[in-house]
Design a protein around this ligand. Structure first.
Ligand code: ADP
Ligand code: MG
Length: 313
């Protein structure tokens, strides 16, 4: 099956007042259709830049993005506009940025469909369906000020899905919410992911995101540095050996969640060694690679090491 997103050697350089900021430096990432992916990383790592490039809000300085096999850099500005409006759903951190304050929830959800010139009846019906899908049917007539932060974000999800995108990009959607409310947002994502086959990318600072998504990639200095793969998110066996499905493994007891953090080597061979290992093994600058029986060994090179070492030393 074709991958939903392939980023190859993505570079984004911003020029501000004669200074260059490298936001992405050769980022590589593949996301499968129907995947729910968490993206974590320190502030300034390039997470939002990546979302903006994938969402067609910004163009990369080098490298390419393929979405469902189509190369975004071959899109004209007009096609890119259309791509952004009709094929991508966006969700931002501040609920207010997602909603028009003087429109009701239903009117807010209808807005993208008005822009896309859908007929009024279809708009209204779809808006109601979407509000039902995010569990807010009874709030259809409320304006944003009458809704809680979590409800506003769920309306925002309904808006994002109005034009039936196959890809939802959420940039710190739970940043302003408490952890219990954040959880309802993740559960909403998961339900939509499962019922609509929606591919969801979520940028977050939430260290507990791993059990809620299929995979977490960690971005540092404009590259993917590590990946955490949930080995058993969807199915696990209970004490009687029965296969069970779990919607929310984080909060149901006894679900044996296991995950493994993997370091990513990109196509040019770059690898980021986690800081704790760099400190522990004093790895920095030059290192020596040694082929060992089980894999590759990285050893610190000594100061003044010219590459020759006495045997048995
Ligand atoms: P994150 O979302 O991970 O916090 P960003 O993608 O927002 O990181 O930013 C990555 C780097 O690029 C930062 O150094 C940031 O200051 C810079 N940057 C982001 N957007 C712009 C912009 N529009 N103009 C100039 N610099 C930018
Ligand atoms: Mg950001």
């Amino acid at each position: 099956m074709e991958s939903m997103i392939i980023c190859e050697g993505l570079v984004k350089i911003y020029r501000v007042a004669g200074r260059e900021v490298v936001a992405l430096q050769g980022l590589e990432l593949t996301v499968e259709a129907g995947e729910m992916l968490g993206i974590v990383g320190p502030s300034g790592a390039g997470k939002s830049t990546l979302m903006n490039v994938i969402g067609g809000l910004d163009r990369p300085s080098a490298g390419r993005v393929l979405v469902e096999g189509e190369n975004l850099s071959e899109f004209s500005d007009a096609v890119l506009d259309c791509y952004r409006r009709e094929r991508i759903g966006f969700l931002w951190q501040i609920p207010g940025r997602n909603l028009i304050p003087y429109l009701t929830a239903r009117e807010n959800v209808e807005l993208p469909m008005i822009v896309a010139r859908r007929p009024a009846r279809e708009r209204r019906q779809r808006a109601i369906e979407l509000l039902e899908a995010v569990g807010l049917a009874e709030r259809a007539k409320h304006v944003p000020a009458q809704l809680s932060g979590g409800e506003q974000q769920r309306v925002a999800i309904a808006i994002a899905l109005a034009n039936r995108p196959r890809l939802l990009l959420a940039d710190e959607p739970t940043g302003e919410l408490d952890s219990a409310t954040a959880r309802t947002i993740y559960q909403t994502f998961r339900r939509l992911n499962e019922t609509l086959g929606l591919t969801v990318l979520i940028v977050t600072h939430d260290q507990n995101v791993a059990p809620m998504v299929d995979r977490v990639v960690s971005i540092r200095d404009g590259r993917v540095s590590t990946e955490t793969v949930s080995v058993e998110r969807r199915e696990w066996r209970d004490e009687n050996g029965e296969a069970r499905k779990d919607d929310d493994p984080l909060f149901s007891d006894g679900s044996p969640l296991s995950s493994e953090e993997l370091v990513v080597v990109d196509s040019t061979g770059h690898l980021q060694i986690p800081e704790s290992y760099r400190e522990q093994y004093r790895i920095g600058g030059r290192v020596r690679l040694e082929a060992a029986e089980e894999g590759l060994l990285i050893r610190p090179a000594q100061m003044g090491d010219k590459g020759k070492e006495r045997q048995g030393g």
